[in-house]
Write a protein that binds this ligand. Structure first.
Ligand code: HEM
Length: 418
């Protein structure tokens, strides 16, 4: 058997139904371990057990397609990319062993606990000021005021990108999501390709500057690895790592903050619990990561024909979509999976950061940012509420999901005000 038909009428991850509520259809999807989606020309894996097994299996599954455009670029868009010399060599998220193993070690050493500890005060100070400004305004947008800029400031500080370039970099990143995971219309593709090309050029120039004048940032550590090993790890390889990291570091965390805070405020009694006892925050962060995942799906390529437990065959070279949103709500793994519960003992067992060799290098950073945001909000704005009846909108794409606006009424006291 070469896969089976979709158990729901229409499975389009870029469609409004999926974007608004990807969870409603999951119980029906999980009736089969895998199904073929003609909309995405991909095999969709739905159950926790299989997603959890495939993620670390680098022998049978490749990461080579994780950032490839789901919509093939038009010839005009390819021409634009060539003008910017855009060729992304496999290095980390899109690489397989042995290449991946070497680069991952460099990255793991560079995102050291020391470097993370140095970032926490930056996060706390910047987010604290923002929370105070939100309190002054009364009605605030969690997305624009906090969740959108904070991970960019943090992630780009780690990399070393100058703060004054943040707006530019963010706008380029939005285009990259459209390029890799969205369905840009042919008329839009040249604009998107131009932004991707400009970002690539910027990153290469930044690496050249750091080679000339290293500092103490993550990029300079990559430069040191390059100087030790110039033939194996060149300037373009460093640029590829930064290019991946720049995107990985922030849209994900933005979505964690907006989706997670929304769930906590919708489940008011649980919000009140973390206000009363902040030691509950770390497990609440895990439940936010599980219940309303910032990454709804992630790709793999089958290196050979793969037979699933129920006999369905995923053919060699097929694209596989690991349905994180469905896996994280699988009742076989999480009792009462549809219930948001900050006390859940197995909350941390979600697949949201991946598993195995490709496990997210920034997981401690994403977790720290969310924890600090919740510590600040519960302390300074314990009475905050969601504005009722607001319509949430999402950027249609197959990987990352979070609302583009989240209005709240702030109630509390800014720091330093008696
Ligand atoms: C809530 C926040 C985050 C989520 C949900 C998330 C999720 C993920 C996922 C699903 C993967 C792919 C794993 C795979 O292919 O098996 C990944 C990889 C990665 N993430 Fe994150 N991420 C987050 C934050 C961050 C941050 C803050 C950084 C940067 C410091 C980061 C850097 C990376 C890198 C470098 C990889 C590639 C790892 C590899 O292929 O070995 N991520 N992340």
């Amino acid at each position: 058997m070469s896969g089976n038909g979709c158990p729901v009428k229409h499975f389009d991850m870029l469609g409004e139904e999926f974007q608004t509520d990807p969870y409603a259809m999951c119980p029906a999807l999980r009736e089969q371990s895998v199904f073929y989606s003609p909309e995405h020309d991909a095999y969709v894996v739905t159950r926790f057990k299989d997603v959890d097994r495939i993620l670390p299996d680098v022998e049978h599954f490749s990461n080579s397609n994780t950032v490839s455009p789901i919509t093939p670029p038009t010839q005009e868009a390819i021409d634009v990319l060539m003008e910017y010399d855009y060729v992304l060599p496999p290095n980390l998220i899109n690489a397989d062993p042995p290449r991946h193993t070497m680069v991952k070690k460099y990255v793991a050493d560079a995102i050291s606990p020391r470097r993370l500890r140095a970032l926490e005060p930056i996060v706390r100070e910047w987010a604290g000021d923002q929370v105070d400004q939100m309190l002054t305004k009364g009605r605030a947008d969690v997305f624009a005021d906090l969740a959108f800029p904070l991970p960019a400031i943090t992630g780009f500080s780690l990399i070393g990108f100058p703060r004054e370039d943040i707006e530019l970099l963010k706008s380029w990143c939005d285009n990259r999501i459209e390029f890799s995971y969205g369905r840009a219309e042919p008329s839009e593709q040249v604009r998107v390709a131009k932004a991707v090309g400009q970002f690539w050029q910027y990153t290469n120039e930044f690496v050249a500057n750091r080679i000339a004048e290293p500092t103490d940032d993550f990029t300079s550590e990559m430069v040191a690895r390059h100087l030790e090993n110039p033939d194996e790890f060149g300037p373009r390889d460093i640029a590829a790592v930064l290019f991946g990291m720049a995107l990985a570091a922030h849209e994900t965390t933005t979505n964690l903050i907006t989706n997670g805070l929304r769930q906590l405020l919708l489940n008011r009694e649980q919000w009140d619990e973390i206000v009363a006892d902040p030691s509950l925050i770390p497990n609440a962060v895990e439940e936010c990561l599980r219940y309303d995942t910032p990454v709804v799906a992630w790709r793999r390529r089958a290196k050979e024909d793969i037979t699933m437990d129920d006999g369905f065959v995923i053919p060699k070279d097929a694209t596989i979509l690991l349905h994180f949103a469905s896996a994280n709500r699988d009742p076989q793994q999480f009792p009462n999976a549809e219930r948001f519960d900050i006390h859940r003992r197995e909350a941390r067992k979600h697949v949201t950061f991946g598993k195995g060799a490709h496990f997210c290098s920034g997981a401690p950073l994403g977790r720290m940012e969310m924890r600090v945001v919740l510590e600040l909000l519960t302390e300074r704005a314990p009475g905050m509420t969601l504005v009722p009846d607001q319509t949430l909108t999402y950027v249609p794409n197959i990987a990352l999901r979070g609302p583009q606006r989240l209005l709240v009424d702030m109630e509390g006291v800014p720091a330093g005000v008696a």
